[in-house]
Design a protein around this ligand. Structure first.
Ligand code: G6P
Ligand code: MG
Length: 227
């Protein structure tokens, strides 16, 4: 393993709950159903894909669709305003620092167009060699997925890169791209991951690299580390 690509919302910053709170408010305002299952499925989806999932096949005019995504973003940004260093998730910053000390190239990749602002607010931006956010992915002429753009930005082949993700969608995509995956959160949802931790708190960089080195293929069997 030569590189790590960290997701932001729900891995580095405690912001997945803020995205969900904003969508819950939209669902209430728009009379759309919102439960735990929907909440789980929204994790890691782009703003537009999230609204499509909430609409569940219902068609609305494009202007209305755009207005709802703008409103959701305004709710989310109002919550981001009050983020600070205490909203970095436990263990993430230390893991980035320790991996970097061991010569591992560390980047962040997020579907969120607000990821840079979030990284700045929680104080982790300066530790990462590269950040690819939703804007970079959309603007990229190569059409490559953000995980591949992030791996390329730090000069590491995808097969030698590990993606750290809290969403089932992100973990499955990373694995399909030939990358090993460290899942953070619910092992039942993160079945595409090589290893799953309930949280990054206390995760030792050297031991992690050893385990991942043993799991050469991204489809190596799942191990769940309970803490
Ligand atoms: C991340 C989050 C999603 C969010 C997406 C887009 O992947 O996990 O919940 O919908 O980013 O975020 P944005 O800030 O651009 O609306
Ligand atoms: Mg996430």
């Amino acid at each position: 393993v030569d590189g790590f690509v960290f997701d932001v919302d729900g891995v580095i910053a405690d912001t997945a709950r803020l995205h969900l709170a904003a969508w819950r408010r939209i669902a209430e305002e728009e009379g759309l159903s919102f439960d735990e299952r929907v909440a789980g499925e929204l994790r890691g989806l782009s703003r537009e894909a999230s609204l499509r999932r909430l609409l569940d096949g219902r068609q609305i005019p494009p202007e209305e669709f755009a207005e709802i995504t703008r409103r959701k973003n305004a709710y989310y940004l109002a919550a981001v305003e009050s983020l600070g260093a205490c909203d970095a998730l436990p263990g993430a910053e230390k893991l980035v620092r320790d991996l970097a000390r061991l010569g591992i190239r560390c980047a962040a990749a997020s579907a969120s167009r607000n990821a840079r602002a979030v990284l700045e607010r929680v104080g982790v931006r300066g530790l990462l060699e590269a950040v690819i956010d939703g804007n970079d992915e959309a603007a990229s002429k190569t059409g490559l997925h953000r995980f591949l753009l992030a791996a390329a930005a730090v000069g590491v082949e995808p097969g030698r890169c590990v993606v750290v993700e809290d969403s089932a969608a992100g973990a499955a995509t990373a694995r399909s791209l030939g990358m090993r995956v460290v899942g953070v959160g619910d092992p039942a949802a993160l079945c595409a991951a090589t290893l799953v931790f309930e949280s990054l708190r206390g995760v030792d960089a050297r031991i992690l690299l050893k385990w991942l080195g043993a799991a050469r293929s991204p489809s190596a069997s799942l191990t769940t580390i309970r803490q």
